[in-house]
Design a protein around this ligand. Structure first.
Ligand code: SF4
Ligand code: SF4
Length: 113
């Protein structure tokens, strides 16, 4: 079972998690991050790095977040999503969105042109 990025990350994307991952298995979209479950070695180092507690073990995920297991798998294999290994500044309105719930509709799968 791999670790999974859940809803709290949407529109925040602090990226603190990526710099500690020994497998470099985070992938970045416009306003969300995911973990490639085929590369994650379940070390859990990233969990404590996330300021909003967005990373959980797949087998312990809350029922209302269960769809993020498949979403992490799908988006980490989406060619539009790129591997990210270095932290960078969070999104401009991260403080507003950090505490917000029900953000799935805000998830952008590709950069708008
Ligand atoms: S640290 Fe948390 S909020 Fe930031 S990108 Fe990683 S999972 Fe998302
Ligand atoms: S659990 Fe370990 S290998 Fe998996 S994403 Fe987090 S830091 Fe990377």
């Amino acid at each position: 079972m791999a670790f999974v990025v859940t809803e709290s990350c949407i529109a925040c994307k602090y990226t603190d998690c990526v710099s500690v991952c020994p497998m470099e298995c985070f992938f970045e979209g416009p306003n969300f991050m995911v973990i490639n479950p085929d590369e994650c070695i379940d070390c859990s180092i990233c969990v404590g790095q996330c300021p909003v507690g967005a990373i959980v073990e797949a087998s312990e995920i809350a029922p209302d977040q269960a769809h993020f297991v498949q979403l992490n798998r799908d988006l980490s294999h989406d060619p539009r999503w790129k591997r990210i290994t270095q932290a960078k500044p969070p999104l401009p309105e991260h403080e507003v969105w950090a505490a917000a719930k029900n953000k799935l509709h805000l998830l952008k799968q590709q950069i708008e042109t």
